[in-house]
Write a protein that binds this ligand. Structure first.
Ligand SMILES: [Zn+2]
Length: 386
């Protein structure tokens, strides 16, 4: 069987593990780990606190620094309330398209790496080749955050990462981060005729939101001098403000959902420290002067670091050579790349399938995209052994 047919077969098996982020990914990780282990890879599995989610980090070739990481997340987004033509966890092929949950995001890439793994195992690799398969990317890159800590702790220092998120095999060298927060305001209810006897949670939320909008303006002045991001600064926006009961009732609860897309992690730290200080020094004391139980709590829903374009960029140079394309773009969606970059690695995002199909019903990847990915990986194998 050729590598493309093998990739398609492996993709069908990967899709059959329903690794929605809310569920365990252990079976899938064990399955891949056994496969790579049989090829002689050094494998390490680390689980989260619950013991139901795992990362796999596997190495072929020599030990030591300077390896290349092929990175993919094992989880997929849910299928509920989506109108699928057939069972999302049973792969179906039609007109050169392979349908199934995770087909493009991003089990197609994982399948291609596994299909080429025997070639990497048989080659005389001059540098380590690592496979990094993580959990819970779709809910805040939780697995990758643990993985990079572990690599750092254990002194494992790969130098390049190729993150195989669906980019239609284009090279992506940068994306903004994505941070989501919910701030909860607890006031004290009362009759609308005596506002000073209660603590109006909505009014405090509005003050908090106003301060956020001031910080949003300040972020424009902090835009890096040279950047291709559009817009070039960190954006901040309020997505939802919910609270209140009726015209004449002082609302005791309010909730504010807001997000930031940082170009620099410093910006996220700046906004968080400023808004937390404003809440702690100004708003909460005023609320507690009326009701000691009043409070403001900011919850982090998810924080994903961005990927900053750098020059020179070894990952970009390697993948350019392998794909024959000099161009590198920036995208709006987040990936695990920024986390690898934070521990000193050079990273690009490049993988089969289109982001337009990701997270949708009847998600698919085209055979031709998998073939292009296999071509890249075969080239990488030749390069690492040459
Ligand atoms: Zn993805």
């Amino acid at each position: 069987m050729n590598r493309l047919d093998e990739t398609v077969g492996l993709l069908g098996e990967l899709i059959a593990f329903p690794t929605v982020s809310s569920e365990s990914n252990l079976e899938l990780i064990m399955w891949i780990s056994d496969m790579l282990g049989r090829l002689g890879a050094q494998t390490r599995i680390s689980t989260d606190e619950s013991g139901t989610k795992a990362n796999l980090f596997a190495t072929l070739g020599p030990e030591g620094d300077g390896g290349i990481v092929l990175s993919g997340h094992s989880d997929v987004v849910p299928v509920e309330d989506q109108d699928w033509t057939s069972d999302p966890f049973e792969m179906r092929e039609e007109d050169g398209r392979l349908y199934g949950r995770g087909a493009c995001d991003m089990k197609g890439f994982i399948a291609a790496t596994l299909a080429i793994a025997p070639d990497f195992a048989a080659a005389e690799l001059k540098r380590p080749l690592h496979f990094a398969f993580t959990y819970d990317e779709e809910v805040g890159c939780l697995g990758a955050q643990e993985l990079v800590k572990e690599l750092k702790r254990d002194g494992i220092r790969p130098s390049v990462a190729i993150i195989g998120e669906p980019t239609s095999m284009r090279i992506i060298e940068g994306h903004k981060g994505c941070c989501e927060y919910t701030t909860e305001f607890t006031g004290a209810e009362g009759h609308g005729s005596r506002p000073s006897a209660g603590v109006n949670a909505v009014e405090y939320a509005v003050r908090y939101a106003t301060r956020l909008m001031e910080l949003s303006d300040a972020l424009r002045d902090r835009a890096p001098a040279q950047t291709r991001f559009d817009p070039p600064w960190t954006t901040l926006q309020i997505g939802r403000l919910s609270g209140g009961v009726a015209h004449n009732v002082i609302p005791g609860q309010c909730q504010l959902d807001w997000e930031m897309r940082p170009v620099h992690w410093d910006d996220a730290d700046f906004v968080k420290s400023e808004i937390d200080r404003y809440a702690a020094d100004v708003l909460v004391p005023a609320m507690r002067a009326v009701s000691p139980d009043a409070d403001i709590r900011r919850l982090t829903i998810g924080e994903v670091t961005g990927l900053l374009p750098t020059a020179p960029n070894e990952a970009r140079a390697i993948v350019s050579e392998l794909t024959g394309s000099d161009a590198a773009d920036l995208v709006a969606f987040g990936t695990e790349a920024g986390l690898f970059q934070e521990i000193g690695m050079s990273c690009v995002v490049c993988g089969p399938g289109s982001i337009m199909q990701a997270h949708k019903p009847d998600e698919y990847v085209e055979r031709s995209q998998l073939a292009a990915c296999i071509g890249m990986l075969e080239g990488l194998c030749a390069r690492l052994s040459g």
